[in-house]
Design a protein around this ligand. Structure first.
Ligand SMILES: Nc1nc2c(ncn2[C@@H]2O[C@H](COP(=O)(O)OP(=O)(O)OP(=O)(O)O)[C@@H](O)[C@H]2O)c(=O)[nH]1
Length: 969
């Protein structure tokens, strides 16, 4: 730095040297320049030169510091930018390495050694023999700090948790004595304590520079003040740095972290030092003490840093000067030991931070991993509707249909290419191909007909479609009436709008607006929300003499959900109690803020009775519509939405359809949801026949094959055949869905419903022949519970399955498992009616396996029993050599001689065996039909009694269905 030729302003100089103006004034005063502490005070080149001597190093340091910071910041930004791609240790380390030179840890021993002679020579140069007698005190002062340091180190650790006070307190408790001693010493020796060393706090990285500065040691004490002021800034800087470092360092490996640890520890020390020095009050009240204490604190802080500064300071300070002769090798060694010890102990701070950093790093890694997994998962998730065909599923997965068919075969299912698969099958098949499925509503899936995009030049402005919403009786219909100049409200039952109507009106200047009149009654909330979806703008009617009501809020929510702008019509302004401001305020609570209040919602104060304000309202509607640039292409095939459909006595099925794009013409073939048709006739809202209807035009349409639902999308297709095909597909899906919707849970349906996420509990009622079986069965079944489904045994009992069991099953959506028991006739009838799944078993493991398979969605063919018939034993004949012959009456099905039989007594199976002989009168027969009598003898079983039921069944290898169960029963 060379002095400038021109005088400079004090504030500029202060900012140049990065010190306070008062410090500069103080420094100058010490050098014999008396200047006023005013920002504009001129600093002459001579003064500047003096200042440069005093602060030159600071300035250089400051610049260097700033430069390092800038470099650091830029690297940090770079790293942040590249963080998402890849984080390399080298990258993240760079900024730290950049900063490492600021921490002259490695040079410490040399410096200590190097500094000592400097001090000595300096002292000698200063020639202060008076120092000798002071030695004992100095020693005391020198040694005392050690416990203090210890303490302050502990405090530092605490301080890491942002507790700053304790450190300061510690300093205050212990230091004053020393400080006082030192002050006394200083007073006695007439020395001025020097303070430059305090700069270490901020610029420890530049400590070497301070060595050079020792020539100025006796200068200006007032520097403290500057530092006090500036410290805060630096503290902030340090903290900033620390934060930044932490962010970055998180990503480093542990090795690097350890390496960098030193840097961090250094900072921790610095921070603490800064904080302690922050005892500005003391400084201000007792400058000398403050300085002394501060120096002590510095030492302590430095010690807690790494001890290196302490050594340096010692070498630089007056203290060290006083006792310079005693600074020998031994001392240095001792200090080094201390330093090392302190470094180790200060690791607690570092390690904690390191731990924190590591923790954060781990958290971040975990998060990233999770995200990656999610992405991967998303990629492998197929969104399908249930009952997708084999070929469509194959296409979705990007495989050949044959592969899907083969997979199904492997799973035990014979499927054709056009066969539709249920949820559980889809799940199994897709799993085989490494996909997960997410089932979408079939309704959602069937809406998808790809519509061609219009090119912008084909688009023409269209009428806005407006939905009037609002609370009941706030005047929606009246408003629309007034606009249409007709009296719709009068025609309605009870004056309440009962349907979704659509009307096209023209404003005075001939511009069209299409109004959908949606009911304000709560019961039609769902319809209203549909109205909002087909709507460009919502007119929210609120009666000025009333308030924002529940349906007003609902309307707001629907409009918002549909992303439809709201124009507020504050109605009934003609009424005496009208208070539009209140309404506006209330609406603001629901984020409908009128323009007047600085919001974006237009509002008009109207009266549907007098017509006041209605032209303004329409004007606002048109302004809003213009802003929205509503356009459509009238020169294309139409698509629209069904607003309402019904069967008209004369016309058949009629539907109110709003054309949304293109032009609908008589004769057009179309599909609307699962319905299709050809436009037979169209009428506008006045009942006039029209040949075509363009965008935003509502028409009443005839020609549907079935009644569409409000909200179904109508799309015109090239021919009726295509329309029919699509409609049929949709119908099939809907029908299959209906069909599969059993009233109650069945085992066959379980896996499907599990796949769709419809069930999470499998409730089971167990009936068995004996208690032992019940226990064994319920224990085994309960063990089948898994994450997806929990098996709950809600009732058990011995004996036949009764009507009450079935009713319980019905009430709790349970299945019934019968082990060696049968349902009573009544139970069967109720089970049939209630669609309760009753499963009958003779082997416990079969029961367990079947439930398990159902839960797992196993589709392999099962060996099952099919009941062929039941015969009731009415008489017993004992024939010698032959055994017991049961005279039976076939009550249902037929008895087949070759099929096995069971003997059931009081609903409990007592024997399982084969028919020995089946006779009609004296003739052996192969089978006996229902309603006939027959004689049955059973191989090796003679204990038949009147009243027993002989159950004839066959073993079939197929998947069982609800029907089978019913047949069985
Ligand atoms: N004084 C006055 N009465 C009005 C005004 N607008 C509507 N009304 C009356 O308020 C009552 C309700 O009007 P509607 O138009 O049926 O209200 P709505 O909101 O359509 O009601 P719903 O169809 O039941 O949902 C009727 O008796 C109207 O005559 C108005 O601006 N001023």
């Amino acid at each position: 730095m060379s002095p400038n030729d021109k005088p400079k302003r004090l504030f500029k100089v202060a900012s140049e040297f990065n010190v306070s103006t008062s410090s500069i004034v103080g420094s100058l005063s010490d050098q014999g320049f008396e200047v006023a502490n005013k920002p504009n005070t001129k600093i002459t080149p001579e003064m500047y030169e003096v200042l440069e001597e005093v602060y030159g190093v600071d300035k250089a340091n400051s610049q260097q510091h700033e430069k390092a910071r800038e470099e650091y910041a830029s690297r940090r930004d770079q790293i942040r930018a590249s963080r998402n791609e890849s984080v390399s240790i080298e990258d993240t380390l760079e900024p730290l390495e950049e900063e490492l030179p600021l921490e002259p840890e490695d040079e410490e021993p040399e410096e200590i050694a190097g500094l000592t002679p400097l001090d000595e020579s300096e002292e000698e140069a200063e020639g202060q023999p008076e120092l000798e007698p002071e030695e004992p005190e100095t020693v005391e002062a020198e040694e005392k700090p050690e416990p203090v340091e210890e303490k302050s180190r502990e405090e530092t650790t605490a301080e890491e948790e942002s507790v700053e006070e304790p450190a300061v307190e510690a300093g205050e408790e212990e230091v004053p004595d020393e400080a006082e001693e030192e002050t006394e010493v200083a007073a006695e020796t007439g020395e001025e304590p020097e303070d430059e060393i305090e700069e270490d706090e901020e610029f420890e990285e530049d400590e070497e520079a301070y060595e050079d500065e020792e020539a100025y040691e006796d200068e200006d004490e007032e520097e403290d003040e500057e530092f006090d002021e500036d410290e805060e800034e630096y503290e902030e800087e340090d903290e900033e740095f620390e934060e930044d470092e932490e962010d970055e360092e998180d990503e480093e490996d542990e090795d690097e972290e350890t390496k960098e640890e030193g840097v961090i520890r250094g900072r921790a020390g610095r921070l603490k030092g800064t904080k302690v020095v922050g005892k500005v009050k003391i400084d201000e009240s007792k400058p000398k003490r403050r300085k002394k204490r501060k120096r002590k604190k510095d030492r302590r802080e430095d010690d807690s840093d790494k001890g290196k500064k302490k050594s340096k300071k010692k070498s630089k300070k007056k203290k060290s000067r006083r006792r310079s002769k005693r600074v020998d090798e031994e001392d240095v060694e001792q200090k080094m030991k201390e330093t090392l010890r302190k470094m180790q102990s200060s690791e607690t701070v570092g390690s904690r931070r390191q731990k924190r950093r590591r923790q954060r790093k781990e958290e971040r890694e975990e998060e990233e991993q999770l995200q990656a997994e999610m992405e991967e998962l998303e990629e492998s998730i197929l969104e399908v509707a249930e009952f997708i065909t084999v070929s469509d599923l194959a296409e979705l997965m990007g495989v050949k249909a044959n592969e899907v068919i083969t997979t199904c075969m492997n799973l035990g299912m014979m499927v054709s290419i056009n066969q539709r698969l249920d949820a559980s099958t889809i799940e199994l098949v897709t799993e085989e191909f490494g996909y997960e499925v997410e089932f979408v509503d079939a309704d959602e899936a069937i809406e998808e007909i790809q519509l061609e995009e219009d090119s912008p030049e084909d688009l023409e402005p269209r009428a806005p479609i407006i939905t009037v919403m609002g609370h009941v009786d706030h005047g929606k219909t009246s408003l629309l009436d007034y606009i249409r100049k007709s009296q719709v409200a009068e025609g309605e039952a009870g004056g309440i709008t009962q349907h979704v109507g659509a009307y096209e009106v023209q404003t005075d200047d001939g511009r069209p607006i299409t109004f959908l009149d949606t009911p304000g009654h709560e019961a039609f909330t769902a319809m209203r929300s549909r109205g909002a979806q087909a709507t460009d703008i919502v007119i929210l009617v609120v009666a000025a003499d009333d308030a924002v009501m529940p349906q007003t809020i609902e309307a707001i929510n629907h409009a918002k959900a549909g992303g439809v702008p709201i124009i507020v019509a504050i109605n009934k302004m003609d009424k005496p109690g009208a208070n539009p401001d209140k309404i506006k305020q209330q609406l603001a609570e629901y984020d409908v803020i009128v323009e007047e209040y600085g919001g974006k919602n237009q509002a008009a104060e109207v009266s549907a009775k007098t017509g006041e304000g209605i032209p303004e309202l329409l004007e606002k509607v048109l302004i809003e519509a213009e802003l929205m640039e509503l356009k459509a292409n009238p020169n294309r095939t139409a698509n629209g939405v069904v607003l309402e459909a019904r069967v008209d006595k004369g016309k058949g099925i009629v539907a109110n359809v709003l054309v949304q794009n293109g032009t609908l013409e008589v004769g057009d073939a179309y599909v609307a949801g699962p319905c299709f048709g050809r436009v037979r006739a169209m009428e506008n809202e006045l009942g006039n026949r029209v040949e075509n209807a363009g965008p935003s035009v509502p028409v009443q349409l005839t020609g549907f094959d079935d009644i569409p639902q409000a909200g179904d999308k109508l799309v015109v297709l090239e021919d009726e055949k295509k329309a029919k095909e699509i409609a049929n597909q949709r119908q099939q899906i809907r029908r299959e869905q209906e069909l599969r919707k059993s009233k109650h849970l069945t085992l066959d349906d379980l896996s499907r419903r599990l796949a769709l996420g419809e069930v999470s509990d499998l409730n089971i009622i167990i009936k068995a022949d004996v208690d032992g079986s019940i226990e064994a069965l319920s224990g085994a079944l309960q063990k089948l519970s898994n994450d997806e489904v929990s098996v709950n045994i809600i009732h058990t009992g011995a004996g036949a399955i009764t009507e009450s069991d079935v009713l319980l099953a019905s009430a709790s959506d349970a299945i019934i498992i019968g082990f060696q028991v049968r349902p009573t006739a009544n139970a069967r009838a109720v089970a049939d009616n209630e669609e309760i799944d009753i499963r009958l078993f003779s082997v416990i493991y079969d029961a367990v396996d079947e439930v398990k398979d159902a839960m797992e969605g196993m589709l392999s063919p099962e060996i099952s029993e099919k009941l062929s018939g039941n015969a009731e034993v009415r008489e017993i004949f004992k024939v010698s050599k032959v055994g017991t012959i049961a005279g039976c009456y076939v009550t249902d099905g037929k008895i087949n001689r070759n099929n096995p039989v069971r003997v059931v007594r009081d609903g409990v199976v007592i024997y399982d065996g084969e028919i020995d002989a089946l006779k009609r009168f004296k003739d052996d027969v192969k089978e006996v039909q229902t309603g006939y009598e027959c004689g049955i003898s059973i191989v090796n079983y003679n204990d038949i009694k009147v009243g027993d039921v002989i159950e004839n069944y066959e073993i079939v290898e197929e998947r069982r269905s609800l029907e089978d169960v019913r047949d069985n029963d």
